[in-house]
Write a protein that binds this ligand. Structure first.
Ligand code: GLU
Ligand code: MG
Length: 453
């Protein structure tokens, strides 16, 4: 599976720990994504990389409580006292250019256990739970973003999926393609999207942690390249008023002993009993965990019927209005059958979002849930009775309601470290409070670049 190739990895060059790298101006950026979905990190001279992998660099526990607008959502158990460490995972490091290397960070306590809010570790634990059932998965991220020139001049001749949308920004597009290829990100496709000045690219499947690392690195690279073309990238769920939003859909496929669980078996479309339980688990538990997938004050603006955002908890073959779109194994689909979880947006921490989907999948297996009835039409067209019969539920009523459901979710309570769940809810509650009395256009404007890198 294409991934960040060892050939591009800078882990080898960290072995020398020499001061020469520093005098040549080389440095390592190590970063994580926090409870508000924002990437935060630190730079160290390259000679310190090995030490940062082992002992970490300091981060006050308040890092767990930063909001997208940099306010701090204090919870009683977290105070000004204490210190966490960010340890760079050099096995996943890449050399971005001759000066800058990047490695994902994990959060540790000073004594060496993982910090309660380490989302990369949370995802690892969920992978291990499924691995204990003999299940392996591949995961692939899609990334939508708005490219906004600093002078506010709209990109010329914008067309949805239009060639002119690509060619009018060809230098930017070309540099993205080349950089992603050099760093082994596995770019699958790149196009101008439906929204004005909105692009989308997709990345190839990888194991879940690698796939989320690729999303983090891709965000960082997109922001960095955009700067060179006097533009900014917006990863807000709703970057503009009355526009489509940005999704951050994730595709999942599952196998056991190399055999796919979502195809080549006896169920509908070849879905196996376990594959059915996985889909059922996700559809069933989505209403209680959606606040982890579409978590920001702007997410409910995006997650509406008619936006292809997957506003309803249900599943269906190639159904773009279902939160779970089933893509079957056929010659058009080189990676085989998979499900696309569409309700995720880029204000979510991707490691948390991916872990949440795996939690729901695992719950479906534990509960031996049967595959629910397929939704073969746009769920918005179904009346209340039909929705009730098909167990089709609209996901977002209000942001406060989905946060309450998350807080009360038995699944979330059993799978998250309690302080992490508390922090994830507290951060989004404070964001809601901070923007509750503002007109929506002001909130959109204020948060347009809150998730940018
Ligand atoms: N922009 C849509 C979203 O917010 C997705 C459109 C698509 O299916 O590509 O999720
Ligand atoms: Mg799209």
């Amino acid at each position: 599976m294409p991934s960040v190739e060892p050939a591009q990895s800078c882990s080898g060059s960290h072995e020398t720990n020499s001061q020469d790298a520093d005098t040549q101006g080389q440095y390592l950026l190590t970063s994580l994504i926090d409870c508000a979905g924002v990437m935060r990190g630190k730079i160290v001279p390259k000679s310190r990389a090995k030490s940062v992998a082992k002992s970490g660099v300091g981060a006050s526990p308040s890092w767990a409580l930063f909001c997208a607008d940099n306010d701090i959502a204090w919870i009683p158990s977290i105070t000004a006292v204490g210190d966490h460490r960010l340890r760079a995972d050099l096995s996943a490091a890449v050399e971005i250019d001759d000066k800058l290397s990047w490695a994902p960070a994990e959060v540790y306590e000073q004594e060496g256990d993982h910090g309660f809010w380490c989302s990369r570790h949370l995802l690892r634990q969920q992978c291990e739970k499924l691995a204990a059932k003999g299940i392996e998965m591949k995961v692939a991220g899609e990334m939508e973003f708005f490219l906004l020139p600093n002078d506010d001049k709209p990109i010329d001749g914008w067309q949805a999926y239009g060639v002119s949308s690509l060619l009018n920004k060809e230098e930017f597009v070309s540099e993205v393609v080349q950089t992603f290829a050099r760093l082994g990100l596995g770019l699958e496709q790149f196009h101008g999207e439906y929204g004005n000045q909105q692009y989308e690219l997709s990345l190839s499947p990888a194991d879940p942690i690698r796939a989320m690392d690729k999303i983090a690195l891709a965000r960082l690279l997109l922001g960095r390249i955009a700067r060179r073309y006097d533009c900014k990238v917006s990863f807000s769920a709703q970057p503009a008023l009355n526009s489509v939003g940005n999704g951050a859909h994730i595709h999942f496929s599952f196998t056991r002993d190399g055999k796919p669980l979502l195809s080549a078996a006896d169920g509908p479309h070849g879905i196996s009993t376990d594959g059915g339980a996985i889909i059922a688990g996700i559809v069933d538990h989505l209403p209680e965990l959606v606040a982890l997938l579409a978590p920001s004050v702007l997410s409910c603006e995006r997650l509406k019927p008619g936006h292809w955002a997957g506003a309803f908890a249900c599943w269906g073959m190639e159904n773009r209005e279902a939160a779970v779109r089933y893509c079957s194994a056929n010659p058009s689909n080189p990676y085989g059958a998979n499900i696309e979880v569409k309700c995720i947006d880029p204000s979510a921490n991707p490691y948390v979002a991916c872990a949440a989907v795996l939690m729901m999948a695992n719950a479906g297996l534990e509960e031996s849930l049967p595959l629910p009835k397929e939704t073969t039409v746009d769920p918005a067209l179904l009346d209340e009775t039909e929705r009730a019969k098909g167990h089709v539920v609209q996901l977002v009523d209000s942001q406060s309601a989905i946060l309450e459901r998350l807080e009360q979710s038995a699944l979330a309570q059993s799978e998250f470290p309690p302080q992490m769940l508390e922090a994830l809810v507290a951060v989004r509650r404070l964001e809601m409070k901070n923007y509750a009395n503002k007109p929506i256009e002001e909130t959109i404007q204020a948060l347009r670049f809150a998730w940018s890198v």
